[in-house]
Write a protein that binds this ligand. Structure first.
Ligand code: FMN
Ligand code: SF4
Length: 403
């Protein structure tokens, strides 16, 4: 029996009241040229706020300059404080809430202008497929001092996030980035107290959570985004994903976002639908790289057919295992799917691509039981994170992907 009203009613996330239970997922928009939040980024989120979202999420806010995958990403620092404060206060004017996804790429970077570090650093020394493209062939192993420093950057970021007006913080524990590299046995080969057992691999993520909680206090919601499964042999599998969720729950996370896959090893598990390599080929201007992508691209990306709510059963297993609220994510692009998410007992839902397709998603879904966002999961918007103007839905704006 559908529960059509719950999604659209005000709800509490911890102590924070949201106008409804629908949250914009973190989708790095590529609208922070030189790391500075642009008017384009504000307009993008304003459209979604005007479209009725309960809370929007400013994505991929890194805790330090060297936490960025690309230089065009935003790192939380004094130099952008006024832009960020203005943006957040503008977005909040109509009652929507604003969350920030706080993250660090660890060894997963192709940023040629590292500032503090000499080369990318992660839990263990290993080959870096993404870094190799810019000459960083290997990721170095973080020392205990490096780990302490990283925790301190998250602590500083927490203080900063409160100061600039964020309503919530979403720590990125998934998708193969910094903290996920420690959680995953595929990338964490350490022999010290930060590697090996589940407890050891969770030690750094839990230190980060504790430091942020210490700064933010008990009433400021901290959300954790996890990969329930890395989708790669030797990585986090579905069972380990449930253990990760339980450990974060026990240690005071306010809500969990249950994603899957990693940008490094199996990105399509996160998206399903058309392989993102199609868009990468269209976007690539270098003919040699274009040819390489045509030949090798299809081998690099696994194919998963799209289906609505493609993570529902797996996320339900997490929901049943934890006490904290669970925010469903993954392929919720129709009103019928929204109803199914809440019928299944989830507390909130996050929406990514359907909001890129239709900023008015929430209002439209609320007023039309037959609503379909029209997102075809072609995934062309994904590689556009590297386009100078950032992402767009290619169905709404039919320019060539490269223009
Ligand atoms: C253009 C784009 C950029 C994304 N960037 C991020 C990101 O910065 N952080 C993150 O956690 N997930 C990111 N994602 C993944 C989404 O948050 C989400 O997990 C995924 O799109 C599946 O949800 P959906 O079916 O509602 O789109 C991105 C997705 C897209 C389409
Ligand atoms: S480009 Fe548009 S239709 Fe294609 S996945 Fe992105 S939002 Fe959906």
């Amino acid at each position: 029996m559908a529960n059509p009203v719950k999604a659209f009613e005000p709800a509490f996330l911890g102590k924070l009241e949201l106008p409804n239970r629908i949250i914009k997922a973190a989708t790095f928009e590529g609208m922070t040229p030189n790391g500075i939040p642009s008017e384009r980024l504000l307009n993008f989120h304003q459209g979604i706020v005007d479209g009725g979202i309960g809370m929007t999420t400013l994505s991929y806010c890194t805790t330090e300059a060297d936490g960025r995958i690309m230089e065009s990403m935003m790192h939380l620092h004094d130099g952008i404080e006024s832009e960020l404060t203005n943006m957040i206060s503008t977005l909040k004017q109509s009652g929507a809430r604003v969350s920030g996804q706080v993250t660090h790429c660890g060894g997963f970077t192709k940023n040629k202008n590292l500032q503090r570090l000499k080369k990318p650093m992660g839990p263990s020394k290993q080959f870096s497929p993404i870094g190799a493209s810019v000459g960083y062939f290997f990721v170095g192993e973080m020392s205990h001092e490096d780990i302490d420093y990283l925790v301190q950057t998250y602590r500083d970021a927490a203080r900063y996030m409160k100061r600039v007006g964020f309503d919530a913080a979403e720590i990125h524990f998934g998708h193969g980035y910094g903290l996920s590299q420690f959680i995953s046995p595929k990338t964490n080969k350490r022999k010290d107290e930060y590697g090996g057992s589940h407890a050891n691999r969770m030690r750094l993520p839990l230190r980060v959570l504790a430091a942020m909680r210490d700064e933010l206090g008990p009433d400021f919601p901290i959300i954790g985004k996890i990969s329930m499964d890395d989708g790669v042999k030797g990585g986090v599998d579905w069972e380990e994903g449930i253990r990760v969720a339980k450990t974060l729950d026990k240690n005071g996370i306010d809500a969990l976002v249950t994603s899957a896959g990693t940008s490094s090893y199996n990105v399509m598990l996160m998206f399903r639908g058309d392989p993102i390599v199609k868009g990468m080929i269209a976007l690539e201007t270098n003919p040699v790289m274009k040819f390489g992508l045509r030949v090798f691209g299809p081998l690099l990306f696994k194919k998963y057919d799209y289906r609505e709510l493609f993570l529902l059963e797996r996320a339900k297993a997490v929901k049943d295992a934890v006490n904290c609220p669970v925010i469903y994510i993954g392929g919720c692009s129709t009103r019928e799917s929204i109803d199914r998410v809440f019928d299944a007992g989830f507390d909130f839902v996050q929406i990514g691509r359907p909001l890129i397709k239709d900023a008015n998603f929430v209002n439209n879904a609320q007023t039309n039981k037959e609503y379909d966002s029209g997102c075809t999961h072609c995934n062309f918007c994904v590689p556009l994170i590297e386009h100078p103007e950032g992402i767009r839905c290619v169905l709404n704006d039919k320019r060539e992907a490269t223009s």
